[in-house]
Design a protein around this ligand. Sequence first.
Ligand code: ADP
Length: 606
Amino acid sequence: MSNLYFQIASLFIVLLIFIVYFSKRRVNNFETKIYSFLLIGNLMVLILDFFIISHGYFFEYSDEILILNKIYSSVLLMWVFLFSIYIMYISIRNKIKKINLFKWITFTLFFSNIIVILIIFISPLYVFNQDNVMYSYGPSINTLIIATIFYIIVITASIIVNIKNVLNQKYMPVVTLVILMIIAIIIREINPGLLLVTSIITYINLVMFFTIENPDVKMINELNIARDQAEKANLAKTDFLSSMSHEIRTPLNAIVGFSQSIGEEDVPDNIKQDIKYIKMASNNLLELVNGILDISKIEADKLEIINNEYNIHTLLDEVVTLARGRLGDKPLDFRVIIDKSIPHVLYGDHSRLKQIIINLLTNAIKYTDDGFVEFNVNMVKQNNVCRLIVTIEDSGIGIPSDKIDKLFTKFERMGVEKYNSVEGTGLGLAITKKLVDLMNGKIVVQSDYGIGSKFTVAIDQKLVDNPVHVSLEETMSLDLRDLQFNNKKVLVVDDNKINLKVATRLLTNYAVNIDEVESGQRCLDKIMAGEKYDLILLDDMMPKMSGVETLKKLKEINGFKTPVVALTANAIAGMKEKYLNDGFDDYIPKPIERKELNKIVVKYLQ
Ligand code: ADP
């Protein structure tokens, strides 16, 4: 009777593992499936064992007990088979080459197992039942023991052959499991009356549950793998987007450049108007490309804030001009109230600040059909910091109060169903919020649906004691006729023929002498041959020899002093600083804007 205690205790343990295991969310893979069957098999073996032993104690020998005993042996053999498959699978896990061999072994073992079960059923089996000691023996049981020993040899060999893999994948506990199996066989042989086999199986399942088959640990592992994959995919996406943005900029450069120079020619008004539309559409496309690139950089945590001295009033003027351009035909009262006492030169990231204000102003104009848009800039000075307080208020469609929380989430557009005629991507505010955060600022929204919205941004910028900033902005508005440099010579280097044409076409207006070459090497050849230039515009992204490499070689030439300006479609924030660090004298982003070119021409040719 005392032997039943082991069975009862084991039954409780298996039931406990059963409930915990099957009630948890699990990873669904080959191992976990086998483990589920191992638990079910364990439960069946225990119930059968319980029946057999209690039957033996309370009743006399009967034929039913023999049949039950044979069923018990068969289920036990199936359990050993599944356990062996499990261990073998773990040993070769991640080794694709061995998968076929594994499948072949599994099928062979499965069919052999069926034959062994048949032998167990047809061979004789005897039951020893005397003085409270009861166990079964005979050819049927011997067949089971021999088959189990065979399985132990197979799995031990599998572990030894693949030991590196087992260690790498942290599957060492399986060695303990095999040792437990061997112990079960030895105990059975030394003292069959102990009836410990089912308890040892339970113990094996328990060890598995707490080591390699714990659903939580497995889930965490899977999540870690998924996270690593997602991070890799995200990086690939960022790379893809930045190369796409470069690719899109190149044809855009041609569109913007040619329309600009056609617009400057003596063409009829209707063509001038059409060109204005082409430029507007190109600018929208450019903004879209920049937005997508910014979002991907934000996600990859690569967005940097680059601080410099800059003229805040020039920045605000530019922003206001741009906003006026965006008003188009809308009958809006655009009010601009800028505190004149804001110091001219501040220290901070002017291009990001500009981006924030432009995003908010563009939205206010986009989502307001009539009434007003008010742009208000104030400041508070404290120690060496100037806190800029920018308010943009409109009398537009407003934002429903339940949607305000989602406002700064990317790709979220509020009420688009109603205003789907308004173009947008839902990226602007997500980028704006991120930029404000990166600049340690604050952004607040107040809005009444149907009445209007008010966005307030507060950003600290440093005050500059002795500003060295030289403003060239005045040159922007200069008439092209004032910028003629007949005796100057400019060399343009770009591998893309259309880009060369754009640059030369835009340069024609300055009446300079233009030379063009299609590679860094040809540029070096010209300089080595003694050609003298007043300015070199050098594309960076060229096959064979990049602009940066070409510049390095140019600087090695004795007596070379010509200013070299980087001309690049790789025009994202922070790039200007990179090119200046690389030794370029200046930088023009593509698509080339007339005002940018004016600045460069005045700076280096006047
Ligand atoms: P987009 O304007 O490209 O859709 P944004 O991220 O700039 O994307 O804005 C997200 C959404 O917030 C917009 O689609 C719009 O529904 C709402 N929104 C933003 N600014 C305003 C505003 N000034 N007035 C009303 N709704 C606005």
